[in-house]
Design a protein around this ligand. Structure first.
Ligand SMILES: *Cc1c(COP(=O)(O)O)cnc(C)c1O
Length: 394
């Protein structure tokens, strides 16, 4: 008998629960409009928030880095994979975030999966928000520390847990700064205060926020700095990605010189993985320059998001706790969610349905990713299509 036979049974089960995911058709390039099977659709399914993923300046930088430095690096960074461009980008990130140092990872999934186990082990404790990204959850699972999950953004519940944390050797509080499905912000000032009070490390993943939030695009930590100027210094470990607003690929961590030296020694996803292509670093350098030079892009994303939320509220759509360019429309059942998603697709809008395991059971939702490249007209016509979709039979 075929020992993989069980997989077909499991796939059938997923399909009958409306939870089977199929690969979408391949796309030419990211953008506010994309062509799917010959049809132009407005794309609300991407995290290319600043519209940089196909920017000619990033393309040019990446292409010329390939010409000069080849494609593959051939080794992990500690062996021989690190290029001059990796070195420049790590220094540039440190300067951009006003910290001592930074370290590049293949992706920020890899960063989280490697960093958490490098920070805590048996005898230590992790305190994580229940809605943390899968990569943080996996990092926590890979460590041998005790895991305590607190209800979403509930600082009182977290404090109750921390009040009993004395016996542990080390404590780590870890959270997304901007939650990837709900679009709300973590209460970073309160988390930093608790970290200080209970002598805990604070790790914050700014994957969706860098380039979008903060006067200089440094993320939610900078966003709150308006009322709490030292907040950024009180977050010990910060993680980001080039794959979302910054338009390319690759993860990174930034913080103190000792932290970075430690992670370069102990984060297994850094030590045992090949350095990413120099072209990625070249694109990253340009993206950081553009975040600095073109602040209108981040202003536009957040204005677009506010505009869309306002229009949706007029039509009684619930946008949950969204306070960002990520706008969830809670639907509930996976079947209904996918039905509306398909209805919108047929009218020229790509709005992904998000189902378990990305969200808890019966909390399926439509996830709108708003970008700087969306026009008001695109947003208005999406709202019309959504209002029509309310009339389709369940
Ligand atoms: C998307 C995301 C990641 C993964 O980023 P990649 O660089 O694409 O691996 C990590 N953390 C959070 C919070 C994310 O939303």
């Amino acid at each position: 008998m075929d020992p993989l036979l069980w997989i077909d049974d499991e796939l059938d089960r997923l399909e009958s629960a409306d939870l089977l995911r199929k690969l979408p058709p391949p796309l030419q390039a990211a953008g506010a409009t994309v062509e799917i099977a010959g049809v132009q659709v407005v794309n609300f399914a991407s995290n290319d928030y600043l519209g940089l993923a196909a920017d000619p300046r990033l393309i040019e930088a990446a292409a010329s880095a390939c010409q000069q430095q080849g494609v593959g690096r051939g080794a992990s960074p500690l062996v021989s994979g690190r290029s001059e461009l990796h070195d420049q980008l790590e220094k540039r990130l440190a300067q951009f975030f006003k910290v001592d140092a930074s370290l590049l990872f293949p992706t920020s999934f890899a960063a989280n999966a490697g960093i958490v186990p490098a920070l805590v082990d048996r005898g230590d404790a992790i305190y994580g928000d229940e809605k943390n990204h899968a990569s943080i959850i996996d990092g926590c699972r890979l460590s041998r520390a005790d895991r305590h999950i607190y209800p979403h953004t509930d600082v009182d519940a977290l404090e109750k847990l921390l009040a009993k944390s004395e016996p542990y050797r080390r404590r780590l509080i870890v959270t997304d700064s901007l939650f990837s499905m709900d679009g709300d912000l973590a209460p970073l000032p309160q988390l930093a205060a608790l970290a200080e009070k209970y002598d805990a490390m604070l790790m914050v993943d700014e994957a969706h926020a860098i380039g979008v939030f903060g006067d200089h695009g440094r993320g939610v930590a900078e966003h709150f700095a308006a009322t709490n100027p030292v907040l950024e210094q009180h977050i010990h470990i910060r993680v980001g990605t080039f794959a979302k607003a910054l338009g390319s690929a690759g993860g990174f961590v930034y913080g103190s010189a000792s932290l970075i030296r430690w992670l370069a020694n102990r984060a297994r996803t850094y030590v045992f993985s090949t350095a990413h292509p120099a072209a990625i670093s070249a694109a990253g350098l340009v993206a950081l320059d553009l975040v600095h030079a073109e602040p209108d892009r981040r202003a536009t994303v957040l204005e677009n998001a506010q505009y869309l939320r306002d229009r949706l509220h007029e039509l009684d759509w619930n946008t949950g706790a969204s306070a960002s360019q990520i706008i969830p429309l809670p639907i509930g059942s996976p079947a209904r969610t996918m039905q509306i998603s398909q209805f919108l697709r047929d009218r020229g809008f790509w709005v992904p349905g998000i189902r378990p395991p990305s969200v808890p059971p019966d909390q399926s939702l439509l996830r709108l990713g708003v970008t700087a490249a969306h026009t008001r007209q695109m947003l208005d016509s999406l709202v019309s299509a959504l209002s029509e979709s309310q009339k389709i039979a369940v």
